[in-house]
Design a protein around this ligand. Structure first.
Ligand SMILES: [Zn+2]
Length: 168
């Protein structure tokens, strides 16, 4: 298992001097440390997830965002893992794959909602928006909180996201 701090530190709950100075210097965050400790504990009870790696963790609007290595395909698509993680973290958990394209990240965040297209839109002032178009129209029971998705991609990837529906 690969995490931002030593596995040993995560197991004992105490940072070694090296990790402590990484935290002080801002190379890792408090969220990284807390998420590492919770994840190591979680994986120790679920050895089938041993290949898991955590790149970074973020707190966004009271939710935890875990940016994982590329070893999480089954975990991402398997709702029960996400539910169990949310029990451990005591809050909503978003799972992202670190090295993905912007589109892939949006697909993960919007899952199970499908995306029609993702475009870059340049504004007159030179700033860039990422526009995702979702097929159909927005229904009352739309399953994803789009404002939260926008906050997550802004925090994690610096993306300014605009979501539109195919039909108004
Ligand atoms: Zn350490």
């Amino acid at each position: 298992m690969k995490i931002p701090i030593c596995t040993f530190d995560a197991k004992t709950g105490i940072l070694c001097p090296k990790c402590e100075s990484k935290l002080k210097a801002g190379h890792i965050s408090k969220s990284d440390v807390e998420a590492s400790m919770k994840l190591v504990n979680f994986v120790s009870k679920h050895p089938e997830l041993d290949g898991l790696s955590l790149n970074r963790a973020y707190e966004v609007n009271g939710s935890t965002v875990l940016v994982l290595g590329s070893t999480i395909v089954s975990m991402r698509r398997e709702p029960s893992w996400k539910r169990k993680l949310e029990e451990v973290f005591g809050k909503k958990v978003w799972l992202l794959e670190g090295d993905s394209s912007d589109r892939k990240i949006l697909e993960d965040l919007l899952f199970p909602v499908k995306i029609l297209t993702v475009n870059q839109v340049w504004l007159p002032d030179g700033s860039r928006l990422t526009k995702a178009i979702i097929p159909g129209r927005k229904t009352e029971r739309f399953p994803v909180d789009l404002n939260e998705v926008k906050s997550v991609v802004k925090t994690v990837k610096g993306i300014d996201l605009l979501v539109e529906f195919e039909r108004a």
